[in-house]
Structures are given as structure tokens and as C-alpha cells.
Ligand binder design. Structure first.
Ligand SMILES: Cc1ncc(COP(=O)(O)O)c(C=O)c1O
Length: 404
């Protein structure tokens, strides 16, 4: 295959090969290794939906997909504020998007990383959910000794909220109760930093009302303290529009946030943020895989759960990703394969038996070695989670001009 692998940390500009459609990409390159097909319009559309509908500023949660070609398109669509979870993400963003604002929203950090993000990279926003992490941030940034350093910090207390509307809960690891949050906010004020609140309703949140419930909990915190909030961040959790799960349009989520905010009567200068990962990138990327081998109703493909298909290994994950199959037609043209559908077990490319998609996928009965399967809407938590296990590390990106 003549497509170059794109090293994710290469300096800009990352010019990608551009194809009119996925079929054209396959026709030209007949890829035998996985290819990430990017749809720039999808990034623009969803960023516009957030810009027009969310009542505040939208950050992108870099963890959902930190591949440079994806970041380039999120940035290109107008996002300038990023939620980062590690020093490596801070450095990646700083190096490539020097004007970006970075907020370090992991409530427990690797020791030393808050200080380095603060000193070397100008990060001033940090999430936390314990006295210990507050002490760590204050001492690593020098804010424990220097009042003006403290005044420059915005410290977000991560509040526990129920995750009953989300397919992936993010509430059992981080987040504290209402009285603990009140106490921590007071300590932040006493330290001279700006107090803020954040929460996460869980990933792929099915119910807009979860945001309203979470904001009502923020209201309880605020009723128990006279702390004047500098910022409120409603987190991520906004959904991707996949198969098998019905989710309301994004506008209903924004409406729920609006309703929740009205009841809080926040100070006029309180900043409001959200930090979606999945919702901003899910639609913009397909993974093009090839079938290496078929054995009855089992296929062996060139990507798997150690690569880009990690979400196929999630427990209790009803989501199905839309699939399309392409094959070489009689005239040598690449055509979409349709026809009677049957369920297939799909193994990934490694020698590991565990490298199998955890549920059967529906494919045309005539699927054969050499055909290509396009796994659509896989922009979130796909290439972000790939490993080099067994020597497989997909890293080839192509831009598709066609909106699909
Ligand atoms: C702190 C934080 N913010 C944002 C996100 C992104 O969540 P999602 O992709 O569900 O929008 C996550 C996901 O783990 C997170 O932990």
C-alpha cells in the first residue's frame, strides 16, 4: 500500500492525502492495513452545533482522540480550549496549538505534572476532589507561598453526580459529595484561588435530564456556601449518534443545561464550560479494515480490540457502529457489498484469542477475504486506545472530501 503512516507527533502542517470517497480510497490504495478516514465536514457541523446551542464555551476533551490529524480538524473547526488529562497532552497541545487554552481536568494527577503544566505551559485551571490534591496543586504552582500565583488559579471541585443516564459511568472514581464539596470550595477561597465546580454525568449519556439533575446538585452546594463561583463546567457525556441506542438531538441536552443553569442564578461573570470528547469526534472518523481470512461464520480482520476497535470490548455496551462492506466488482471497480445479512464473529490481527470483538457483527453473507469493512462513527476512543501489541499500530490517516 502506498499510503504513508502519519506519525502522530509530526510538526504541522499535516497534509493528508485527500480522496473523493471511501470507495475511491479503497480503489486507489487497496489498503491491507487499517486506514482512518476523516470527514472534515462532520467536525465542522458538530462544533457549530455546540457553538450555536451550548450556553457557554466548549472545550474538547483531548483524551477522546489525541491523534494530530483529528486535533487539527477539531482546532480547524474553531475549538481553542482543550481539556487535558496529562502532561503529555499538555505538551502535545502546546507544541502544536500555542494559542490554545488548556484546562487540566483530571482530579488526581501524576505528581509534579500540575507544577510543570503551570510553570512551563501556562496552565491555570485544575480540577480536584480532595484536600491532598488541593495541597499538591498549591505547592507545585507556588500558590501556597505567593498570593498573586494563587489568585491566578481557577480550581474546579469535581462533584459526585449519579451516572444513571450514561452507558459508561464516571462517578465511582472521582467526585465528592455535597458537604465535602462545600468544605473544599471554602478551602480554595481561603487559599486565595478562584473557586469553580465541575462534574461528569458519564460517557454516552442517554438522558438530557441527567445534566439538569447534576446542576441541581451544584445548586445544593451553592446554597450551603456563600462562595462566589468563578466557573462551572458541566463536563462531557454528550452522546454519539450510533445504532441501537436512541438519543435525543444535542439541542435537548443544551436545553437541559440551560434550564439547570437558570435555577442556579450564577454570578454574571461566572464562566460556563462543557468538555465533550465523544460528541465532538465520533462522527468524523471511519476505520477502514480488510478481511484477511474467513472461516465459516468467523472472520479475521486487520484491526481489533488492541487497536481501534477497543469499544467492541466494553461490557454492557449496546451500541453498534454502522458498517459498510466494499469489494472488488467484476470489472475491478470497488463496489459496496449488500445482500442477505448474517452475524459474524470477528477476530483481530494478533495471535491472542482475547482479540475478538465481544459481540457478533452483521455483514453480508458473501463477505470474503480481501473485502473491506468500514466501521463508521469511530472517532471517539478508537485510535486513542490503540496499542502496538503484536506489532500492529494503525497510523494512516486520509481525508475524505465527500460528506458521506
Ligand atoms: C474529566 C473528563 N472530561 C471529559 C471527558 C470526555 O467524556 P465524553 O467523551 O463522554 O464526552 C472525560 C472522559 O473520560 C473525562 O474523564
Amino acid at each position: 500500500m502506498s499510503l504513508p503512516a502519519i506519525a502522530s507527533r509530526e510538526r504541522p502542517p499535516l497534509a493528508l492525502p485527500r480522496m473523493p470517497s471511501v470507495a475511491d480510497l479503497i480503489a486507489k490504495h487497496r489498503p491491507t492495513l487499517p486506514v482512518y478516514a476523516l470527514f472534515p465536514n462532520a467536525f465542522h457541523d458538530v462544533v457549530k452545533a455546540f457553538r450555536d446551542g451550548f450556553p457557554g464555551e466548549t472545550m474538547y476533551a483531548v483524551k477522546a482522540n489525541h491523534a494530530r490529524p483529528v486535533l487539527d480538524r477539531v482546532y480547524g473547526a474553531g475549538i481553542r480550549h482543550f481539556d487535558v488529562a496529562s502532561l503529555a497532552e499538555v505538551e502535545l497541545l502546546r507544541e502544536n496549538y500555542p494559542d490554545a487554552k488548556l484546562s487540566f481536568m483530571a482530579p488526581v494527577r501524576i505528581r509534579g505534572s500540575a507544577g510543570e503544566a503551570y510553570r512551563k505551559h501556562g496552565v491555570r485551571d485544575f480540577a480536584l476532589d480532595s484536600d491532598e490534591e488541593l495541597a499538591t496543586v498549591l505547592s507545585e504552582t507556588g500558590a501556597d507561598k505567593d498570593k498573586s500565583a494563587a489568585a491566578g488559579l481557577t480550581l474546579f471541585v469535581r462533584l459526585y453526580v449519579p451516572a444513571d443516564g450514561a452507558l459508561i459511568e464516571l462517578s465511582s472514581k472521582f467526585g465528592i459529595g455535597i458537604s465535602a464539596a462545600v468544605a473544599l470550595l471554602k478551602k480554595i477561597v481561603a487559599a486565595g484561588a478562584k473557586p469553580a465546580l465541575t462534574f461528569h454525568v458519564g460517557s454516552q449519556c442517554l438522558y438530557p435530564r441527567s445534566y439538569e439533575t447534576a446542576l441541581a446538585r451544584c445548586g445544593e452546594v451553592l446554597r450551603n456556601t456563600n462562595v462566589k463561583l468563578a466557573a462551572l463546567d458541566v463536563g462531557g457525556g454528550f452522546p454519539g449518534y450510533y445504532l441501537n441506542v436512541t438519543v435525543p438531538p444535542l439541542e435537548e441536552y443544551f436545553e437541559a443545561v440551560r434550564r439547570g443553569l437558570v435555577k442556579l442564578a450564577l454570578p454574571k461573570d461566572c464562566a460556563v464550560y462543557c468538555e465533550p470528547g465523544r460528541a465532538l469526534v465520533a462522527d468524523g472518523l471511519s476505520v477502514i479494515t480488510q478481511v484477511s481470512h474467513r472461516r465459516d461464520h468467523t472472520i479475521y480482520i486487520n484491526d481489533g480490540i488492541y487497536g481501534s476497535l477497543n469499544e467492541y470490548a466494553l461490557k454492557n455496551w449496546p451500541v453498534r457502529f454502522p458498517l459498510k462492506v466494499y469489494a472488488e466488482g467484476p470489472s475491478g471497480r470497488i463496489v459496496e457489498k449488500t445482500g442477505r445479512i448474517a452475524p459474524y464473529k470477528a477476530f483481530g490481527p494478533t495471535c491472542d484469542t482475547l482479540d475478538v470483538l465481544h459481540y457478533l457483527i452483521d455483514l453480508p453473507d458473501t463477505i470474503a477475504a480481501g473485502d473491506w469493512i468500514e466501521f463508521q462513527k469511530l472517532g471517539a476512543y478508537s485510535c486513542a486506545l490503540r496499542t502496538a501489541f503484536n506489532g500492529f499500530y494503525p497510523d494512516t490517516f486520509v481525508e475524505i472530501a465527500d460528506p458521506r
